[in-house]
Design a protein around this ligand. Structure first.
Ligand code: GLY
Length: 577
């Protein structure tokens, strides 16, 4: 089978010379062997932006067949679990922030939980040092998955039967779909790691290299999805699937038990909402740092002349970097699962506190993270991910970020069940002051404890204007998530950029420690030089984030934009030419 990619600026076409007998779902037109990919759609009735063209298309088909944005978000997440195994998942967790058609704003937490047998020093050796890789790869890295519980909780706002929403994912797993170039490369890169961390051969392993246009079929996964279709959440957390997870744990010395699975619960949270220049920003509260960091960073720059400085001017980047530095210093000290640790949630975002935090900001002079510490609060309370943005014509707007943590999570597939387990335990602080995979440090607030949820950076976000959806936005990227969302919002609100530019143009990132500004390769050379002159250490890195954004245009139509840093696709229906 051969697949050709014709790439235009915003559109790619995938053609596969293959049987077309297997059309996904009962809805018809999504063909997993021959599909197009749009980077941008302007549409009237509903839009989905996600990391994979097939997943975005399935979400749109669900809306076309009478579903709303919640139905579409559920079907898209399930499809991603098949076509985007690096981050789409049923073995991980996530967060949803949404605005319903009745104007209610809601937040759902389906973050993984630490197993009952976990303990704070579980990744340390006898000398008290962190054992490299132990929280990242293999069975011990996995937290108790939350995704399936989250999907069933979000059914509260859906209108179609779950069986209809999961069927496209079942079909994709059972009949296969053709790989993009990027996916083939990614799977080839993974082969040695898969061999090392699996007790049984997985669907992702192959004796010869994967290539673009190959069909990936996942029979075990399709059977697991059928059990979920037929038995609800119990099809995952109990019965055959749970038994397979526990058997896998036993083979690989993992610690997740049947009780851990049975006891998992998704939780409704109060969204973290605040005002920025007349827009209501609706974000995720703890156990994600996303909403709080966004609040801190936006408020720290709100009274400064950002629009005058201009996009990617040295002055704007410096100001935003200093806001990022201070917010991430607070993250390291104060943020964690608020059900376990007294997080100073209100103190950290108080206007007076944030003003105080910026008192030592000097325009044109680099701050220093050994001098700029976490703030002083009156009371000490306590990369691979993927994002989906969905909107419908009824006024529902859904922002979901979901993750296995690193690409392909722990690299461990549950034998016989066909899905990858997360390595979310690495998002805990294995030891105070020792950086995790993302270089983030933490302390007591984010120490491991049984049943606790590890601190996240995920920031599914909505912007409302006069209570109505204006922007649905989010991204993967570990600790770069809040800074990418921050910059996307500032690009649109302060710099007046188009959605495309706001998503595509180069990004930068500072997270307090290490004390450096990470920039993408395309970040302007002159601005780098100006920042270095101010005293900043600049480090070039690969792409930052893969933002999926949907903006509501003045005429009420939806402008959906998928990041050009990946295979991401923005689809919708009733296009406006
Ligand atoms: N695993 C990435 C995050 O939750 O921030």
């Amino acid at each position: 089978m051969r697949l050709q990619i014709l790439s235009f600026i915003t559109i790619s076409f995938f053609f596969a010379c293959s049987s077309t007998k297997n059309i996904v779902g009962s809805n018809g037109p999504v063909n997993p062997y021959q599909y197009t990919s749009l980077k941008k759609s302007i549409v009237k009735n509903g839009a989905v932006a996600s990391a994979h063209p097939l997943a975005s298309k399935i979400g749109v088909e669900i809306m076309k067949s009478g579903g709303n944005a919640f139905d579409a978000a559920i079907a898209t997440q399930l499809a991603l679990a098949v076509v985007y195994p690096g981050a789409g998942n049923i073995g991980g967790g996530g967060f949803m922030v949404a605005r319903t058609s009745t104007g209610e704003t809601i937040a759902l937490d389906y973050r993984e939980m630490a197993p009952a047998l976990s303990h704070r020093d579980m990744y340390l050796d006898a000398a008290g040092n962190v054992v490299e890789g132990k929280s990242l790869n293999g069975h011990l890295a996995a937290g108790v998955p939350g995704t399936i519980a989250g999907l069933f909780e979000s059914m509260k706002y859906a209108t179609l039967p779950f069986a209809k929403l999961i069927q496209p994912a079942i079909d994709l797993a059972q009949n296969g779909f053709v790989l993009t170039q990027r996916e083939a490369v990614s799977l080839n890169y993974l082969q040695d790691t898969l061999a090392k961390y699996n007790t049984m051969r997985t669907a992702f392993q192959k004796n010869i290299a994967w290539k673009v246009g190959d069909t990936l079929t996942q029979t075990d996964l399709s059977n697991t999805l059928k059990r979920i279709r037929d038995n609800g959440a119990a099809g995952f957390y109990e019965g055959a699937t749970a038994d397979l997870i526990v058997a896998e744990m036993k083979r690989g010395s993992g610690i997740i038990t049947l009780n851990d699975l049975k006891n998992y619960t998704a939780k409704w949270r109060t969204p973290h909402s605040f005002n920025y220049k007349g827009y209501t920003v609706v974000g995720m509260p703890m156990p994600s740092s996303g909403g709080t960091l966004l609040h801190q960073m936006l408020k720290m720059v709100e009274d400064k002349p950002l629009p005058t400085y201009g996009f990617n001017s040295a002055m704007a980047v410096q100001l935003m970097t200093e806001a990022e530095r201070r917010a991430y210093a607070d993250r390291a000290e104060f943020m964690g699962d608020a059900d376990f640790y007294k997080v100073p949630a209100t103190g950290m975002v108080a206007d007076t506190y944030l003003k105080e935090r910026m008192k030592d900001y000097q325009p044109g002079v680099a701050g220093n993270s050994t001098v700029i510490k976490p703030g002083v609060l009156p009371m000490k309370e306590s990369e691979q991910t993927t994002h989906i943005s969905v909107i419908d014509k009824q006024g529902n707007a859904v922002s979901v970020t979901t993750t296995l943590n690193n690409g392909y999570g722990s690299k461990t597939v549950v034998g016989g069940a066909g899905f990858l387990l997360n390595d979310e335990m690495d998002d805990f602080s294995a030891k105070p002051g020792v950086p995790n995979f993302y270089g983030a440090v933490g302390g007591e607030a984010n120490a491991i404890a049984p049943g606790k949820r590890m601190l996240s950076s995920m920031a599914p976000t909505l912007l409302l204007q006069n209570g109505k959806p204006f922007l649905v936005v989010g991204t993967p990227g570990g600790t770069t998530i809040p800074t990418s969302v921050f910059q996307t919002i500032v690009n649109i609100i302060d710099f007046g950029m188009t959605t495309e530019d706001a998503v595509y143009r180069p990004k930068f990132h500072h997270q307090w420690l290490p004390d450096q500004v990470d920039v993408e390769k395309t970040f302007p050379v002159a601005v780098r030089a100006a920042l270095e002159k101010m005293g900043y250490k600049i480090v070039e890195r690969g792409g930052i984030g893969r933002v999926e954004a949907i903006k509501v245009l003045p005429d009420g139509s939806f402008e959906a934009v998928a990041d050009n840093r990946g295979d991401d696709a923005a689809e919708g229906y009733t296009p406006i030419p």
